[in-house]
Design a protein around this ligand. Structure first.
Ligand SMILES: *[C@@H]1O[C@H](CO)[C@@H](O)[C@H](O)[C@H]1NC(C)=O
Ligand SMILES: *[C@@H]1O[C@H](CO)[C@@H](O)[C@H](O)[C@H]1NC(C)=O
Ligand SMILES: *[C@@H]1O[C@H](CO)[C@@H](O)[C@H](O)[C@H]1NC(C)=O
Length: 476
């Protein structure tokens, strides 16, 4: 996308506020507790929606995730004198300084480790920490598993290694090459809200991920997967896992070649197959530029978190990357950024397989925001935002049963619709906790659902993928 075009595009922000409250105003006002009322109202809506016969293909890659408590692994080391940012990790000092940076910001991060000795030593240390465990990971398998457990038929683009084949939900078809090769390993350091390391303190629970993949970044399954993808005839194709390419030492031109292969894979599908791209923690400007050129204009839908939105916004608007951002941004701020990104990408000219953006899902700690073009096939936006919000609690607490004893709400007195002067305000109502409205002359629908934030954190990694998948499944 040209910057000149972006600069001259005027944002037509007509917030036609027509809130559609979903819930009746009777019944459970007897519930004693505010959280209980909110939960009840949301569960009631969720129960009314069921997943139909849908086929979903998901790419790319899979890995073995090793989880360890950051406080036990990093806590055993002397905290660094300063925090610092690096695009990749080559030494233990860099690891400490970068971990401290993201930890104090409460921001999720994922970085490539260029030093193999460092990676294997850190991995060995992590595996020796009590309570560390491993699971099948990667954006694509997590989303695929969520879709499969919701009842969809799923095809996953990943190598068929013994570990993956043993761990994957048996209903999922794995469409990659059969190999005895080693699995790519991701080391996930989870930390809790309020935890400290020397003088550093974490404001919220989050994770820091390290990897030294040599197979996932090259998206080696793309070609092998092509034939199966076409035969599978998916209703939805979800593209994720491309952050593995971030700061990977590609030979000149190879990264772009791989992005073009992804583009061609998308373009090979009929326009009736909707395409969702899940953003992630990208820091490499060249990669983001490549995505904005070769992948994002080919997607109907985008999913991202509160760090990835400002990053994409900054990239499409100014051509630069934002590294660390507010971990709990105000609704008005993100709505303005969403409107601008949505507006810009909605104008994509539909040629050469490019698609207009018709859906944007933002998942944050405190709320879920979904923006869709009314005149598009996406349905049930309200229910989707509720399912996404409920999934956030279930995932982080590791329990399908939501307990209000382990929950709190950050968004409880309402929000302003925009930072623009005179913007309306939505007051929070316990019995109608989700608000939806239309704007831009009725062309765009927006829903905001509060998250019952889990306070007994089991795992944050994979949350975005589960949440995004839960939102998508009710919209196709
Ligand atoms: C790689 O890591 C090892 C282990 O921490 C360290 O001894 C070595 O100096 C590092 N290499 C570089 C180039 O920093
Ligand atoms: C990106 O560029 C804009 C406009 O030049 C500037 O205002 C903003 O601070 C920059 N952001 C970063 C993260 O450098
Ligand atoms: C999220 O996905 C992972 C991987 O499939 C799964 O183990 C976990 O239970 C999921 N969480 C929820 C709430 O479904």
């Amino acid at each position: 996308m040209e910057t000149s075009k972006i600069f001259t595009t005027l944002l037509s922000l007509v917030v036609l506020f027509a809130a559609i409250w979903f819930s009746r105003d009777d019944g459970y006002s007897v519930l004693p507790n505010k959280l209980q009322q909110v939960l009840h109202a949301m569960l009631e809506v969720e129960q009314q929606y069921h997943v139909g016969e849908v086929q979903i293909a998901v790419g790319y890659g899979a890995c073995k995730d090793i989880f360890v408590q950051g406080s036990l692994l990093m806590g055993a080391m002397t905290p660094p004198q300063r925090t610092a940012h690096f695009s990749r990790i080559d030494s233990i000092e860099q690891l400490k300084e970068m971990y401290a940076l993201f930890y104090t910001a409460g921001s999720a991060a994922e970085r490539y480790v260029g030093n193999e000795t460092l990676f294997s030593e850190t991995l060995a240390a992590a595996e020796a920490v009590p309570g560390s465990y491993s699971t099948l990971g990667g954006n694509a398998p997590v989303m695929a598993s969520r879709f499969a457990s919701e009842g969809a038929k799923v095809l996953l683009a990943a190598k068929r290694t013994p570990y993956i084949m043993q761990k994957i939900n048996s209903n999922i078809i794995v469409g990659g090459v059969e190999t005895e090769g080693a699995d790519d390993i991701h080391l996930i350091l989870e930390y809790k809200a309020g935890e400290s390391w020397g003088t550093y303190q974490a404001p919220r629970a989050n994770r820091f991920i390290m990897h030294s993949d040599d197979s996932n970044p090259t998206l080696s399954t793309v070609e092998y997967f092509g034939e199966q993808l076409t035969a599978f005839k998916p209703h939805l194709f979800v593209v994720g896992g491309l952050q593995m390419m971030d700061n990977f030492p590609f030979a000149p031109g190879v990264r772009e070649e791989r992005l073009i292969a992804v583009r061609d894979q998308i373009v090979s599908l009929p326009v009736t197959t909707r395409v969702h791209f899940e953003m992630a923690s990208f820091t490499d400007t060249d990669l983001l530029t490549g995505l904005i050129q070769h992948v994002i204009p080919y997607a109907d839908s985008l999913g991202m978190n509160e760090q990835e939105l400002p990053n994409l916004y900054s990239m499409v608007k100014y051509g630069n990357v934002s590294l660390v951002s507010d971990f709990n941004p105000r609704v008005a701020v993100v709505l303005d950024q969403m409107r601008e990104v949505f507006q810009l990408l909605r104008e994509t000219e539909e040629k050469g397989g490019k698609r207009h953006l018709t859906r944007l899902h933002l998942h944050t700690l405190a709320y879920q925001a979904i923006m869709v073009l009314k005149d598009s096939p996406w349905k049930n936006t309200l229910a989707a935002s509720i399912k996404a919000a409920l999934t956030a609690n279930r995932h982080v607490c590791g329990n399908t049963e939501i307990s209000i004893d382990n929950a709190r709400m950050l968004m409880d007195d309402g929000f302003t619709l925009s930072e623009a002067e005179g913007a309306g305000r939505v007051l929070f109502d316990n019995h109608r906790p989700v608000s939806c409205w239309t704007e831009d002359d009725g062309k765009v629908e927006v829903c905001i659902a509060p998250v019952l934030i889990c306070t007994q954190v089991r795992q944050t990694a994979g949350g975005g993928d589960n949440i995004s998948a839960a939102g998508l499944i009710l919209q196709i």
